[in-house]
Every structure is written in C-alpha cells, then in structure tokens.
Design a protein around this ligand. Structure first.
Ligand code: ZN
Length: 132
C-alpha cells in the first residue's frame, strides 16, 4: 500500500475521492461521481473492466443469480494534495503569513505602495519649498 498524503496542517490523512457504480440499472448513465450500468457483473474482474479504475468494495446481490449491485471505485484522486479541508488550508496560510511568508504579488504591491508614498513626500517637500 502506498503512503497516503497527510494534511500539512493537522497531519490527518487526506480523503480519497470515490466513484460510485450502480449495476442492473434501466439505463446506462454517467453523472459526476455516480455511474450507472445496465450490466449484471458476476465477478470483481468484470466490475474492474467496466469501472476503468481500482475497485475498493462491492455489494453482492443473490436473487435468481449471484451478481454485483454496487461498487466503490477509486481513481487515485485525493480531495487535495496538501490539506484535509479548507479550514486547515486557511490556518496554514495564517501560520505562514505570521512567519513572514508572502507571495510575489504581495511583494510587488508593497513596492508600488512605497513608490507612491515616496512620490507624495517629494511633492509635499517641493510645495513647502515653493511657499517658503
Ligand atoms: Zn487538516
């Protein structure tokens, strides 16, 4: 088993994004994370072929035949590569800002602000000189 990414803020495991497959449906359809199939798969290998991903769990049905009704598939995707949720991402941002970290956009904005203030001071000094 591969190491799962841990939240950079709290250290908890980051959730995987699952896909849910439903078999024996009237019509085949693909919605965001829910795929429907008309097939009645009778093996995990068949579910894997239909799923195009790693099958994590299946739910069997035994009526006239033994077949798989539902399956959970994982495509190797996580909810985020760095954080368990928005709250942790936000907290991490505050901690980083407190240590002095900033983006290039911030650095450029600070430069513009300083240039503007310098220009204003220069103008004020010239004006004071003229009126003296
Ligand atoms: Zn977290």
């Amino acid at each position: 088993m591969n190491y799962r990414p841990l939240c950079r803020n709290c250290g908890r495991t980051i959730h995987r994004v699952f896909r849910y497959l439903h078999f024996g449906q009237r019509a085949a359809a693909r919605y965001h994370r829910s795929w429907s199939f008309q097939d009645f798969p009778d093996s995990i290998a068949e579910v894997e072929r239909l799923a195009e991903g790693t099958v994590l769990s299946v739910e069997w049905v035994s009526d006239i035949e033994h077949w798989i009704k539902r399956a959970v598939v994982w495509d190797g995707e996580y909810t985020s590569p760095y954080f368990c949720g928005r709250g942790c991402a936000q907290l991490f941002g505050y901690h980083q800002a407190a240590t002095g970290a900033a983006t290039d956009m911030h650095a450029e904005a600070v430069m513009r602000q300083r240039a503007k203030l310098d220009e204003q001071q220069l103008r004020r000094r010239r004006k004071a000189r003229r009126s003296a």
